[in-house]
Design a protein around this ligand. Structure first.
Ligand code: BG6
Length: 484
């Protein structure tokens, strides 16, 4: 099944922080891949901006090296790479001073789509936004793109929103949560709202509980300084897992339209109950499996930051009252695996005597790796011996079902950057959504800080701390296994 690629309109994209890690790993290789796919027209331009004094040739070389490192060999095509590099230019800019801004003003065209990607520390957002306005660089339709972390807590997120709002309208601000750009995450909406099958059962009357797991095998890998100030709650739950929860729990929007979708997500966040202390388990990985322990990785023996967290979360609204959502995420776990599992309740009455093989129906949406959907259903065990029941999976791997189209699907950043150019904010977080997420997160963190709680150590390569198992056992439920 071939994918259909429609070129986006002509644009000038300025990447601030163009020599930084994110630009090298994701943004620039992602843009090359969209160019290769024919989505970026030759008239488009990408303007790298950073503090360093690079010649245009140096910048080209840097981008060529990034493509060589981060694009799979099968998609590195010399002619396309040359064509892409010809779209680039570079300007040395001082975000907090005056160097480079008049040059940028000369370089940028007023009659094409303008996008400004702030791939820099949030401390510079205000200065850059202000200069884009002061030098009359950003036209009325310009878009700005900002990365996570969007704030560290509610107060800082509000301050950031206020800073950006001084210079740009909300309709121009694209806050990235790369989970929303993942193909399977978008599929959550397709599965829910393009099928009649699931929606009538999508409520506490029929759903026993929901599990959301984002397990990683990596540790904090050289990001210790950032991570230790953040921890799993801020790094993963407040944003990525919150978005997954919203897409599972939200009411059907009236249309697949940015504000309609975001209004519904916001209602979910606002309906989240405060989390009780006994419904939180935090952990820190120990050394093992060839890696150092968390405390060594962050070079702070006294750190109380969690590299793992499990939470039981309740949503107080008509649809979900009584159906808990169990969330967990952690580093240095047994496998890299992200999935959402929806466990349905038992039928109200069993007509069968044999209950030995009985299992609940479960709908598993696998986000990574091996994206797909798996629905576990009960059938009769084949053969003689009466009506014995057995559970079997209805398993659909997207790669098998969709072939090349699934293989060639753009990575989250590719998709999201193209959405910026198209002017579609559906997969970006709105300011009020981010603030609501922090308003729920802050008291959870303040709670364990004020109780002086330490995370529990867990062995690398396992499924996390023992107490996380208890979080479910005590409710008569079990986590799904993280498969090695
Ligand atoms: C990032 C977090 O936002 O998401 C990282 O800062 C985490 O700590 C990463 O590893 C996970 O993203 P993915 O796409 O690999 O699941």
């Amino acid at each position: 099944m071939a994918s259909r690629v429609i070129p986006v309109e002509v644009f000038d994209l300025v990447v601030f922080g163009a020599t930084g890690d994110l630009a090298r790993r994701k943004i620039l290789p992602g843009l090359y891949l969209r160019f290769l796919a024919g989505q970026i027209l030759p008239e488009c331009r990408i303007i790298g901006a950073a503090r360093g004094e690079l010649s245009p040739g140096d910048f080209r070389e840097m981008v060529a090296a990034a493509i060589a490192e981060f694009v799979p060999p099968a998609r590195r095509q010399d002619e396309a790479i040359e064509g892409f590099l010809d779209r680039l230019c570079y300007i040395a800019i001082d975000a907090t001073g005056e160097i480079g801004w008049s040059e940028l003003k000369r370089e940028i065209r007023g009659d094409v789509i303008q996008a400004f990607y702030f791939s820099v520390t949030p401390a510079l957002f205000g200065a850059i936004a202000e200069r884009l306005r002061a030098h009359d660089i950003a036209g009325p339709g310009a878009r700005i793109v900002v990365e996570k972390p969007f704030g560290h807590d509610l107060a800082s997120a509000r301050a950031l929103n206020a800073t950006l709002a001084r210079h740009f309208d909300e309709s121009q601000i694209y806050r990235i949560d790369h989970y929303l750009g993942k193909e399977t995450v978008q599929n959550l909406m397709a599965v829910r709202f393009a099928n009649i099958l699931f929606e009538p059962l999508w409520k506490s009357e029929y759903i026993d509980h929901v599990q959301i797991t984002v397990a990683e095998t990596v540790g904090v890998n050289g990001r210790g300084a950032y991570y230790d100030k953040s921890g799993a709650m801020r790094d993963m739950v407040q944003n990525h897992i919150m978005q997954l929860l919203c897409l599972i729990a939200m009411e059907p929007p009236y249309h697949f339209d940015p504000d309609a979708v975001r209004d519904e997500k916001l209602k979910v966040i606002r309906a989240l109950d405060p989390v009780r202390p006994e419904d939180i388990v935090r952990g820190q990985y120990l050394a093992g499996q060839g890696g150092a322990g968390y405390l060594e990785d962050v070079e702070s023996a006294a750190s109380r930051t969690e590299s793992y967290i499990a939470l039981k979360v309740n949503i107080s609204n008509w649809r979900w009252k009584g159906t808990p959502f169990y969330l967990r995420t952690g580093k240095r776990l047994r496998a890299r695996e992200s999935e959402i599992a929806i466990t349905f309740k038992e039928p109200p009455h069993s007509i069968f005597d044999d209950h030995r093989g009985w299992r609940d129906n479960v709908l598993v949406i696998r986000l990574q790796p091996d994206e797909g959907i798996n629905l576990k259903v009960m059938i009769k065990e084949p053969g003689p011996g009466g009506m014995r029941l057995v559970q079997v999976p209805l398993d659909m791997s997207f790669a098998e079902a969709l072939g090349d189209a699934a293989e060639d699907a753009p990575d989250a950043y590719e998709r999201l950057i193209m959405d910026v150019i198209r002017g579609n904010q559906t997969l970006f977080m709105r300011g009020d959504e981010v603030e609501a997420a922090w308003a729920w997160t802050d008291p959870v963190i303040e709670g364990w800080e004020s109780r002086g709680e330490k995370p529990q150590p867990y062995d690398a390569g396992t499924s996390g701390p023992e107490d996380a198992l208890m979080l479910m056992h005590r409710d008569g439920r079990r986590w799904r296994e993280i498969r090695a």
